[in-house]
Design a protein around this ligand. Structure first.
Ligand SMILES: Cc1cc2nc3c(=O)[nH]c(=O)nc-3n(C[C@H](O)[C@H](O)[C@H](O)COP(=O)(O)OP(=O)(O)OC[C@H]3O[C@@H](n4cnc5c(N)ncnc54)[C@H](O)[C@@H]3O)c2cc1C
Length: 416
């Protein structure tokens, strides 16, 4: 799988000279030391060319997943190429959990955290906020450990693959918990936007599935945490939406159980099953922008005015929240954010034309972009929006003086 030259969605073909798969960390160190230009390849789920390099792509897919749970430290240490799906099942088996997950469990731990991947929940940071330490193969092949005692971790935790190849990640864990998912359909946009903060606070993790041209939010998904093992009362309506028994339309081979049946966090927090095809099976493109929570209503209103332009190319929009953090290149750096995601039909030309329109509309809110999803911003805008970009570039040069891990995506997005 990982020697494929295309990304998961097939919208990109990597231009790298070679795709290499070391069998252990020593071989990884040797390859990094020898090649003048390298980048780590995760599970290829990014839609941007953030992965690519003119040199060698190095995948950790042949390094067997190794997961060490440390109950005393409430931490788990995992090989970087391991998928979240393998990790969360192992944690659940031993009675532990992560605070949150992204929508799909197929992505690698190191690759997902490198781009700031997130789930939803007012109190939940992006997945990288759980990183307690990383083991990193640096440009000369040396293996270093960076943990929370280092002031480099806030840069490297959303490191965009620019500091080296992360061979192991240590994440915070907590005791396992149960979650129930409920779906409410057709809540009027007006009602939802009048009470957006209440809507997004109405469960541990909330997603709005929407089309900006529709008068209603198509579905509100609530993931309610059942901490004491008690189930909670079900409201037949919520914010004008009506509870929906979606069991008839579930694709059980792809989607985790909803329809209000409580289950372990590992089978409820990700939307998709590890053994199924997520989302639209790759026949899609994605973009995502983040605005400060206080600008959320205005940002959605602006997108609704573009509904007729957006709608013909949109499969679905997913709106979520993430808590503020202190990670330099995180879209939630120092601000609680509303995350506005777009899953597009595979209309590359039309989507490429729409992105500048959306970015212009969201300009008053200084929207930041997802690093792994399509955007149009240039380096000037990104450096202004990500206020620690300058520090990031300085530290990156210290780790990588010859530009081994630098690539055309980083050059275009951050410049020098
Ligand atoms: C169907 C679908 C659903 C998605 N859902 C969400 C979601 O819910 N939330 C969200 O925020 N995003 C989501 N994404 C985006 C996705 O989480 C990110 O693009 C993520 O980075 C993909 O991880 P990957 O393992 O495929 O990494 P890749 O795309 O292969 O690589 C991404 C970056 O990580 C770097 N990298 C990979 N491995 C390492 C390593 N070992 N050391 C250092 N750097 C490394 C690469 O060099 C590259 O810069 C979704 C994508 C898809 C296709």
């Amino acid at each position: 799988m990982s020697t494929h030259r295309e990304n998961w969605a097939g919208n990109l073909t990597y231009s790298a000279e070679a795709i290499l798969q070391p069998k252990d960390v020593h071989e990884l160190q040797d390859l990094v030391a020898r090649w003048p230009r390298v980048r780590a390849l995760g599970t290829r789920h990014s839609f941007t060319d953030i992965v690519d390099t003119p040199g060698a792509l190095i995948s950790l897919a042949n390094i067997a997943p190794e997961i060490r749970i440390d109950p005393a430290a409430m931490a788990v240490s995992v090989t970087g190429g391991t998928s979240f799906g393998i990790l969360i099942n192992e944690l659940e088996k031993h009675g532990f959990a992560l605070q949150n997950t992204g929508s799909l469990p197929h992505i690698s731990v190191a690759g997902a955290t490198a781009t700031g991947t997130h789930g939803s929940g007012d109190g939940n940071g992006i997945l990288s906020t759980a990183i307690a330490a990383v083991e990193l193969v640096t440009a000369d092949g040396t293996l270093v450990t960076i943990d929370r005692t280092s002031d480099h971790l806030p840069a490297i935790a959303v490191g965009l693959g620019a500091f080296g190849i992360i061979s192991r990640v240590t994440l915070d864990i907590e005791p396992t918990y149960r979650v129930r998912q409920d779906v409410y359909r057709f809540a009027p946009w007006e009602t939802v936007l009048e009470q957006l903060d209440e809507v997004m606070a109405s469960a541990y993790s909330v997603s709005l599935l929407a089309d900006f041209a529709s008068p209603t939010v198509l579905q509100i998904w609530l993931k309610t945490r059942l901490d004491n093992g008690d189930d909670v009362d079900l409201a037949p309506t919520l914010f004008g939406g009506v509870w929906y028994d979606d069991s008839d339309e579930l694709a059980p081979e792809n989607v985790n159980q909803r329809a209000s049946v409580p289950g372990p966090w590992s089978e409820r927090m990700p939307h998709f099953r590890l053994d199924g095809q997520p989302s639209n099976g790759g026949d899609e493109l994605q973009s995502e922008y983040y605005v400060a929570r206080e600008d959320g209503v205005a940002a959605v209103e602006v997108l609704r005015t573009l509904g007729a332009q957006i709608s013909p190319h949109l499969l679905i929009s997913e709106i979520r929240t993430a808590a503020a953090d202190s990670l330099w290149m995180s879209p939630a750096y120092e601000r609680d954010v509303l995350c506005i995601g777009f899953t597009w039909a595979k209309h590359p030309v039309e989507v490429a034309a729409l992105l500048p329109v959306i970015e212009k509309a969201l300009a008053p809110f200084a929207a930041r972009q997802h690093w792994g999803k399509l955007f149009h911003y240039g380096a000037d805008v990104i450096r202004e929006r990500f206020s620690r970009s300058g520090d990031f570039l300085t530290l990156q040069s210290d780790y990588d003086p010859t530009g081994k891990f630098w690539n055309p995506f980083l050059e275009r997005s951050l410049g020098r």
